[in-house]
Design a protein around this ligand. Structure first.
Ligand SMILES: Nc1nc2c(c(=O)[nH]1)N[C@H]1C(S)=C(S)[C@@H](COP(=O)(O)O)O[C@H]1N2
Ligand SMILES: [Mo]
Length: 314
């Protein structure tokens, strides 16, 4: 029996203003040779999407900050490493395998998948566990739409995700210092995966994902810390037990499976009460803002955790 979540109606077309705000950055980036004269990151394609629900009206983080301040350890551990070191990464052709406890295991070609799925723009806050945050206009589709296609069996309780392993194209996977075991793996409970806020993003700012943001397809779970948003996914498996997750394996004391944003539970080494909004850093800590429970999405998701001790499930 397939698990279904309520579908979300799509409405208007993305407002032009979203794209106009990109222009400030584009001129400088063309000059720097980061993007072609067409105004798109090299290799990027425009994506047509309707405006999805849940959009925050907070100011968008600039395209420049979204694409030059990243965490993607396969390309190095520095914030600018993913943008600098991902030029040889080939996000096409690409296939995503969806298997495990499903009636119809399928391997999807990324272009066919993008053509089939109802693309929406979702403007979400993203809160990294390191206490910085952004507001990003993603283009993508609900993970539930993909899972419904393969028909999870009633024995499926969790969803496991896996990133590609390509040391030839990912310099962070070469050499002696390996900060994480590869592949990067993540997981969600099935009800979290089916929640309408949970998306697979294939683009941002109206175009296909830049390599550093997880091309060609990555997970976005806006009420959880950013590390749950696994990038460059090649496999999605429905399983019956809680799957291992990369940061939890690396340091279980500091990173949990649930990783719901919670200002009341501090990281062992720093407070989670406030966050630094990238691009709005000012003198004397202006630009810091209060972190909200579930990153501000509590109204939508708190009921998923009723009965759980939120102080423990970090
Ligand atoms: N495969 C993979 N996915 C990953 C990471 C990573 O190192 N490898 N970093 C995570 C972390 S810690 C964050 S905060 C987000 C950052 O996404 P962004 O660079 O698109 O803002 O990606 C997450 N997904
Ligand atoms: Mo993060």
């Amino acid at each position: 029996m397939a698990y279904r979540s309520p579908s979300v109606p799509s409405s208007e077309i993305t407002p032009k203003s979203v794209y106009l705000r990109r222009r400030e950055f584009l001129a400088g980036a063309v000059a720097a040779g980061l993007i072609g004269v067409s105004g798109a990151p090299v290799g990027a394609e425009a994506l047509k999407a309707s405006r999805g629900p849940y959009a925050t009206d907070e100011k968008l983080t600039s395209l420049e900050d979204v694409t030059t301040y990243n965490n993607f350890y396969e390309f190095g551990t520095g914030k600018t490493d993913p943008a600098s070191n991902s030029g040889n990464f080939k996000p096409k052709p690409w296939r995503v395998k969806v298997d495990g406890l499903v009636s119809k295991p399928t391997e999807f070609d990324i272009d066919e998948l993008i053509a089939q799925m109802p693309l929406e723009e979702r403007i979400y806050r993203m809160r990294c566990v390191e206490a910085w945050s952004m507001v990003i206009p993603w283009t993508g589709f609900q993970l539930s739409e993909l899972l419904n296609k393969v028909e999870p069996l009633s024995s499926a309780k969790y969803v496991a995700f896996e990133t590609v392993v390509r040391p030839d194209e990912m310099p962070g996977q070469q050499g002696l210092f390996q900060p994480l075991d590869w592949p990067y793996v993540e997981g969600l409970r099935l009800d979290e995966a089916m929640h309408p806020l949970t998306i697979l993003a294939v683009g941002l700012y109206g175009e296909t994902l830049p390599n550093q943001n997880g091309a060609p397809i990555r997970l976005v779970v806006p009420w959880k810390y950013g590390f749950k948003g696994i990038k460059s996914i090649v496999r999605i498996s429905l399983v019956d037990k809680q799957p291992p997750t990369s940061w939890n394996m690396q340091n279980a004391r500091e990173y949990g499976f649930y990783a719901n944003v919670n200002p009341e539970v501090d990281h062992p080494r720093w407070s989670q009460a406030t966050e630094r909004r990238i691009g709005e850093d000012g003198f004397f800590g202006s630009g810091r803002r209060k972190t909200l429970p579930f990153n501000g999405y509590g109204e939508q998701v708190a009921s998923l955790y009723s009965g759980m001790d939120l102080k423990v499930y970090y």
